[in-house]
Design a protein around this ligand. Sequence first.
Ligand SMILES: C[S@@+](CC[C@H](N)C(=O)[O-])C[C@H]1O[C@@H](n2cnc3c(N)ncnc32)[C@H](O)[C@@H]1O
Length: 291
Amino acid sequence: MRLSESADGTGPVAIIVRVDGDEAVERLHQGLIELSRVEEVRCCRYAGGWLLTACGVANADPDPLLRTVGAVVDQFDSKAEVIDVRRGASELPAGEEGFRLSERFMVTGGNAAVDASTIRLDAAHVFGTGAHASTKLAVQAMEEVAGREEGFPARALDVGTGSGILALVAARLGGAHVLGIDICEEALAVAWRNILANGLRGQVSLASTPLAELTERYGMVIANVTASVLLRLAEGIVNRLESGGWLIVSGLQGRQGEEMEEALSLYGLQTVARYADGKWRCLTLRYLPTV
Ligand SMILES: C[S@@+](CC[C@H](N)C(=O)[O-])C[C@H]1O[C@@H](n2cnc3c(N)ncnc32)[C@H](O)[C@@H]1O
């Protein structure tokens, strides 16, 4: 079992265990709580069964925790299975009860019903549970564009779609043609399941096409990727923006926010809004080319 990279690479290690059956979940929960390396055990309903999340202490080596949790889980044979190991308690999957993504949206897991203010999501092993600050800031920025007089653009591009969460939000906010791209095939498979689960296949499509090979232009491009990826993709992103189009960039940390503003201004992008949550930064920019 590999340790999934979280966006910040710090925080407590979380071992996520799928469990079948109410009796098994109770006994396993008790067994995990008693482990000295486990700080907290969370429990939620998930896809007809349960998810238990055993959290260790911040910055600890994941291996000893995984060994002790794995030994308890093995006693349950096929009724329980370790399905993921993550760094960062904020990146835990949603249960059916869900959590708040933004002022407007809730994220729910499992088979919860969907409506105009719900995103049903199973991020599986890929990025984009909706719990990370960089995703939440991007959603806030998208909602603010949607609240403007001209409304949300009809055509939007989500670069690095992961689970598809931001593409789904774009569609719910009014994007009629939303394209999500990612270099990770697994992410695209997960995102496709999420599009179907939210009834948005008519509005959202996916591609593994590299950004540089896209030819259409968009009224909004959203990119929640690291600063280094963003700098590499900057020119390609600008080439996909309509004149007057919006660019929302998230996943920046600390001073990277200001540095990115400076770098993007050279392409004719003007900063319209800045968002921050702890060390995380997000920007809304508008493409206003001079010629
Ligand atoms: C931090 S995740 C964001 C996931 C989701 N959009 C969210 O906001 O929660 C970044 C995603 O970008 C993808 N990615 C990285 N480099 C990329 C590139 N050059 N082109 C497209 N996707 C890329 C990764 O595979 C990953 O799924």
